[in-house]
Design a protein around this ligand. Structure first.
Ligand code: PLP
Length: 352
């Protein structure tokens, strides 16, 4: 077995273990050909990427490019909240468990976490968490943050998001969508990425580029005037304003040209489905969640997990339940999947 660091070796650890899509790299190289260009986003690539995003999300879209997903979430949420206001999110949301407390530190706001069966919030679940409104002793719920696709690989339908937005707006709340894998969700449902923006009542989107084949390119999108007026300043103060912005923006131009975002996401999703189907056929292996995007969550006996990890690095999602996570990317191949499933079958057989 090659080491995971061997050239060309692909794993199922995360979609951010994948390299950069060649079309993205080409676009960056082309942006470098033109000599000097204005800095801080006053360049033509930023204008073009912003125009392309507006083609998907509507003419009232304001786009702010940033370096990473945690930054996109924190910057976007800052434009929606005051410190005594709070974010309602699913327990296990990236903003809750995987951002080292950055939202709490930089927003100064509490997160209200809600347990879910499948990573998805519903109006009923949120309603149970929104209490004490108007009471100065209680934090005031202001934003519902959802993740699309979710941290457990499930996907909200457009109708589910719209129902949450309708509920939020009727109760004086706003909606933030962490779209680190927005492309995978759109490809899974066969809709445009723009279906998860203002069209579904969402106020601010963190639009992920990195897991879709870019490197260090994410965007905060808003369709809300109050966020638009403050986001330029919040981004700079949050140290997420790139001086050589053209190289971040050029990556979005590539993703949004010839539907690269969709081609890559559809492929990653198809590989996850192949992996999920293959794994579920092995006696003793069960899936913890349905495979709806590019993540597969399986329950394995711990000795099999340990043996498989020594060939293929991947993360244990929940030690208590034995759930492991496998992610696919734009460059995962059918033979990668088949070899992985074959090795898993061998290890399960050996244990039987
Ligand atoms: C759901 C979700 N949101 C946001 C992010 C972005 O994180 P990062 O700050 O590592 O780019 C990730 C990355 O793992 C993620 O899975």
């Amino acid at each position: 077995m090659d080491s995971p660091q061997a050239p060309g070796r692909r794993t199922f650890a995360s979609d951010n273990w994948a390299g950069v899509h060649p079309e993205v790299l080409d676009a960056v190289a082309r942006a470098n050909d033109g000599g000097h260009a204005p800095s801080y986003g006053a360049d033509r690539w930023t204008a073009e990427a912003t125009r392309l995003l507006a083609d998907h999300f509507g003419p009232d879209t304001a786009a702010y490019f940033v370096f990473n997903g945690t930054g996109a979430n924190v910057v976007g949420l800052q434009s929606m909240l005051r410190p005594f206001e709070t974010v309602v999110c699913a327990a296990g949301a990236h903003i809750d468990v995987d951002e080292c407390g950055a939202p709490e530190r930089f927003l100064g706001s509490k997160l209200l976490t809600v347990p879910t069966a499948d990573g998805k919030l519903t109006p009923d679940l949120v309603a149970g968490a929104v209490t004490g409104i108007g009471d100065e002793h209680h934090v005031q719920a202001r934003v519902i943050s959802i993740t699309q696709s979710t941290e457990v690989g499930t996907v909200y339908s457009v109708e589910e998001i719209t129902a949450l937005s309708d509920w939020a707006h009727a109760h004086g709340l706003l909606v933030h969508l962490d779209g680190a894998r927005i492309a995978n969700a759109a490809a899974a449902l066969g809709v445009d990425v723009g279906a998860f923006g203002a069209a579904a009542g969402v106020d601010v989107v963190s639009f992920g580029g990195t897991k879709n084949g870019a490197f260090g390119a994410e965007a905060v999108l808003t369709f809300r005037d109050e966020s638009t007026t403050s986001l330029r300043f919040i981004r700079k103060q949050s140290m997420q304003l790139s001086s050589k912005m053209r190289f971040v923006a050029a990556q979005f131009v590539a993703l949004l040209t010839d539907d690269l975002w969709r081609r890559s996401a559809e492929h990653a999703n198809a590989m996850a489905l192949r992996l999920g189907v293959g794994a579920a056929r092995i006696p003793g292996v069960t899936l913890a969640y349905p495979v709806q995007a590019n993540g597969v969550f399986a329950v394995l006996p711990p000795p099999v997990t340990a043996a498989l990890q020594s060939d293929y690095p991947f993360y244990v999602w929940d030690e208590a339940t034995g759930v492991v996570r496998w992610m696919t990317a734009f460059d995962t191949t059918e033979s990668d999947v088949d070899a992985f499933v074959a090795r898993l079958a061998e290890l399960m057989q050996a244990l039987a």
